[in-house]
Every structure is written in C-alpha cells, then in structure tokens.
Design a protein around this ligand. Structure first.
Ligand code: FAD
Length: 323
C-alpha cells in the first residue's frame, strides 16, 4: 500500500498544482504511515524526473511510452490504470487540472474505483479519510468519504495546499514501469495547448495580481488599474462584471466561472467579495483590498484593507511606487 501522486508537466516543469498535490500526498502519507511515490506519464520524462530529485518521495515511477509523448485521454487513462493495477496504491492524488478532469473519470470507470474530485481539504478520524468539497457553486461544503479499502483516486482544487510546503530531503529512487499500448488504442490527438489570445496570460502562475472589480466605475478608469499593475510588475485580473461589461477579455476573470489563482499578492480594487469570486482567489498568500464600503465581505478575508475611494488612492499609490 502506498500513496501515488500523478505529476503533470507544464512548459517543461512540474505543474504548480502537481506540487500542491505532492504536499497533499505527503500529508496523507504521514497520516496513514504510508510511503509516498510519484508517477510521471509521458515519453522521455527524465528531465521532469530530475526536477523532483530533491523532493521527499519514496520512488518516482516513470510510465514511459512513445504513445504518451503527447497527451491523449485514451493513452493517459490506459497507462495510469495499468500503473494502479500493478502498484495497488491506496490513494492516487492529483491536482484538479483540466487534464485530470479529462482522463481521471476514465481511469475510475476502467478500474471501477471511486474518483473523489475537486476537494478543498481532508481530515482523518479513527483511521478513516473524509474529504471536503464545495457544492452548489461553492455555496455549501460537503463531506465525502471513499467506500472500501481499495484504491481511490482523489483530486484537490487549486490552492487547497501551498506548494511552498513540499517536503524536500531524501533522494527518491527512479523506477521504470512498463506500459503496454497499441497504436490503435489512441483514438484522439491533442492540439497545441489552448491559449485564448496571443496576449493571454496564465494567471494561475502569476506571483502578483492586481484585480479590478465593478468599483472601478467605468471602462475609462481601467488605465488606473493597468498602470498600477505595470508599476507593481503585476498581472491584471478582474471580477466577472468587468468582463461581462466587455472592459477586459474573459481570460482575466477570477472565480468559479473564471481562473483559480494563488499569487503571493492579490491586490483587489473595488471588489465586494462574492463567493463566486472568492473561490477563485482565496488561496492567495496576501490579500489587499481597497473598497469604499467598510462592510464589503472581502475585508473579512483581506490581510490588509483600505476603506476609501480607489479613484483617489490608486493614482497616489502609483506615484509613490514610481518615485
Ligand atoms: C453562476 C455564477 C457564476 C459566477 N462566477 C463569477 C466568477 O467567476 N467571478 C466573479 O468575480 N463573479 C462571478 N459571479 C458574479 C458574482 O456573484 C458577483 O456578482 C461578482 O463577483 C461581483 O463583482 P464585484 O465585486 O466586482 O462587483 P460588486 O459586487 O458590485 O462590488 C463592487 C464593490 O466596489 C466597491 N466600490 C464601488 N465604488 C468604489 C470606489 N470608487 N472605490 C472603492 N470601492 C468602490 C463597492 O463598495 C463594492 O463593494 C458569478 C455569479 C453566478 C451566479
């Protein structure tokens, strides 16, 4: 029995949410006293394997096959199902990425094992695992528990764990696991990773974000936020009304129907703190809010807050930053 973490590659490195999954897996390993290993699905994954060298893991399994060179749900689900069958882990852990959403349900169906998806936390009581997930557009949280002792696959929402908490230390042993795939078994091909526009930024990996809400008032005021973001070296994000008004493109939107982010600093301008927005940014390490309403719900989450008019404060702040 072991804990097995599925590692995803992103631009040649370990995906941020896979590093968060490592934190979850290591914590589960401590709680259940089980060895924690990682699996890399792909072809020629030695660089990725090396980048995990210093991570505290028992083994790094390389499920290597030429047909896994580019992602396909057929290939990845067959490969992971084979690894689970040969390794019999108790829990298979991953970040709830788009790729995991795509191929984990197939693994679950192939092996007839549970897939508990998109959890935000877990706890162990009397040796039993309970996971917590948000339901009904994050208005409620629900507890779910896997049935039986067999393998169970679990994904965690972005920022449920902090990637900085990855335990480093012992040297993991790399091991090849053999995968059998026939040419005809891959029925789909992947195109280049989707990017909405040439200028679209991956906010999920941004360290500093300036986020604009309806409090900005009108489109003509947007340069205030853009200039502040430029002065801070930050990416620009927005709440949904700003996107719905057509002031910024959809890929800037943070929240339940937008991106989930976990920057070191989330600087919110005129955002009230509706739950659909908060689920997308609550994993931020530091939250700063400027809002003229002292009762705005986001103040409850903010580390620092300024009650005031952003149209007065932001230009002064920008000037101070540029001085
Ligand atoms: C199914 C569904 C999905 C949704 N998905 C998302 C999502 O992904 N992301 C998202 O953001 N929302 C989403 N929403 C919308 C969400 O419910 C809120 O309506 C939205 O987040 C509110 O955005 P806001 O905070 O910018 O605007 P408001 O709630 O209107 O807040 C504006 C704030 O600005 C302050 N303000 C006004 N003027 C100033 C000023 N001059 N200076 C300082 N402060 C000022 C006000 O006090 C207020 O607190 C979704 C809703 C539904 C139903």
């Amino acid at each position: 029995m072991s804990i097995l973490i599925v590692i995803e590659e992103s631009n040649g490195a370990v995906h941020r949410m896979s590093r968060e999954a490592v934190v979850a897996g290591q914590a589960l390993g401590r709680d259940f006293d089980l060895p924690v290993s990682a699996v890399l699905l792909g072809h020629d994954t030695s660089d990725l394997c090396q980048s995990l060298d210093s991570t505290q893991l028992h083994e790094i399994l390389q499920a290597d096959h030429p047909l896994l060179g580019s992602y396909s749900s057929d290939g990845f689900s067959r490969a992971l199902a084979q690894v689970i069958e040969s390794e019999s882990p108790r829990y298979v852990i991953a970040g709830h990425t788009y790729m995991v959403r795509d191929f984990f349900p197939r693994v679950s169906a192939k092996l007839n094992i549970p897939f508990l998806a998109d959890n935000i936390a877990y706890r162990v009581e009397g040796g039993a695992l309970t996971l917590t997930k948000q339901i009904l557009a994050a208005k409620l949280v629900a507890d779910v528990a896997p049935a039986g002792d067999g393998p169970c696959i679990i994904s965690f929402q972005s920022a449920a764990f902090q990637e900085e908490d990855v335990a480093e230390g012992s040297e993991a042993t790399a091991r090849q696991v053999s995968i059998s795939l026939e040419d005809g078994s891959i029925r789909t091909t992947s195109e280049e990773p989707f990017q909405e526009a040439a200028s679209a930024v991956d906010l999920s990996s941004a360290e500093v974000i300036v986020s604009v809400g309806r409090g900005i008032g009108k489109e003509e005021n947007l340069p205030l936020a853009q200039e502040l973001a430029a002065a801070m070296g930050a990416e620009l994000a927005a709440s949904r009304p700003v996107v719905d008004s057509g002031w910024l493109e959809g890929y800037h939107q943070i929240g339940s129907s937008g991106q989930t982010v976990a920057p070191k600093l989330y600087f919110a301008l005129g955002i009230s703190g509706a739950i659909q927005h908060v689920v997308g940014m609550k994993g931020s390490k530091n939250i700063v809010l400027i809002n003229k309403d002292p009762d705005a719900p986001l103040f409850e989450l903010a580390d620092y807050g300024v009650v005031g008019d952003l149209l007065e404060i932001v230009p002064k702040l920008k000037k101070a930053l540029q001085a």
